[in-house]
Design a protein around this ligand. Structure first.
Ligand SMILES: Cc1ncc(C[n+]2csc(CCOP(=O)(O)OP(=O)(O)O)c2C)c(N)n1
Ligand code: SF4
Length: 283
């Protein structure tokens, strides 16, 4: 890929990791979760706690981007935001809760600046950022039918600030700073997303790695042409929910996998997946 060539003169001083990304990274290669272990990933280290579901989810999402060299991730404060500076994909850190507004403006600006290219804008943020403090910007991006994907890393609480309950915490759950237990049910944001105009809505967990990859990819492709998309990934938090790292996947399995597509999105996905299969691709 032209954009990823090393500038002449820099070959000898470019750090090894960067050289490997240019030579063996995922850019422009159409890779997927099934290819993990055969290429240089855009993330290799992260500072998350042992057993954190976010680490697994982020790795899978990044391995599933349809066009990583032309993707911009918009994030906000939370445990996931301490990962993004180490990821070799363009990313922007928005003010807490404001990520969908920043992503909307960015998508529109990129369309004007690069009318002949497709740039994928993907919001990746926590449940507090998406469903509580950022709920209005999130929903208004859906009402406006912005061509962006929103991925919520749902660890059912505010983890980065020590364990407050969020709207996505389940009823009755006690976390560090919610000692009497959550008094109302988890927000059904995936249902609200459909009513708000999302063309594609999925709920999944990192325990279903390939399915998560397929859903992230579908969401990003549908957002390009049809409308806003939403993927909600249940990512158990070992630190605030106080369970050993060995239980992460077992807990992750305790959530329902759901997928909704508007009729237009369904037709689009059937068409592009058939084309991909005829070219030999599977995911
Ligand atoms: C404008 C603003 N308000 C509040 C905060 C404090 N804050 C930082 S992280 C966070 C909670 C993040 O929760 P969530 O979005 O669920 O992500 P998690 O840490 O659980 O991954 C809060 C309230 C902030 N940084 N900025
Ligand atoms: S506090 Fe929870 S969500 Fe945050 S890094 Fe640790 S395990 Fe992950």
């Amino acid at each position: 890929m032209e954009a990823l060539k090393v500038s002449p003169g820099f070959e000898k001083i470019l750090p090894q990791e960067y050289q490997e990304l240019v030579e063996d990274g995922p850019y422009g290669r159409g890779l997927a979760v099934k290819d993990l272990g055969t290429f240089k990933e855009v993330i290799e280290e992260h500072p998350l706690c042992a057993g954190c579901g976010l680490g697994l989810a982020i790795r899978l999402i990044l391995a599933s981007l349809p066009d990583p060299g032309n993707t911009i991730i918009v994030g906000t404060t939370g445990c996931n935001s301490i990962v993004m500076p180490q990821v070799a994909i363009h990313n922007i850190h928005a003010l807490f809760g404001n990520q969908s507004s920043v992503a909307s403006g960015l998508k529109r600006a990129l369309r004007l600046r690069y009318p002949d290219k497709t740039k994928d804008v993907v919001v990746i943020a926590g449940d507090g950022g998406v469903a509580d403090i950022g709920l209005a910007p999130t929903m208004h991006s859906w009402f406006r039918r912005e061509n962006i994907t929103t991925i919520m890393l749902d660890n059912e609480g505010y983890s980065n600030t020590g364990g407050q309950e969020s709207g996505m915490t389940r009823q009755g759950v006690v976390v560090n700073m919610a000692p009497v237990g959550k008094k109302f049910p988890k927000i059904p944001l995936h249902e609200i997303a459909k009513a708000a105009g999302c063309a594609y809505v999925a709920t999944v967990t990192p325990a279903r790695a390939r399915r998560l990859g397929q859903m992230a990819k579908r969401a990003i492709l549908i957002a390009r042409d049809i409308g806003p998309t939403y993927v909600q990934i249940f990512c158990p938090c070992s630190t605030n929910y106080k369970f050993p790292p060995s239980e992460t996947l077992k807990r992750a399995k305790e959530t329902e996998i759901t997928e909704y597509m508007s009729p237009e999105a369904q037709e689009f996905i059937e068409k592009i997946e058939k084309e991909s299969q005829s070219r030999g691709g599977k995911e």
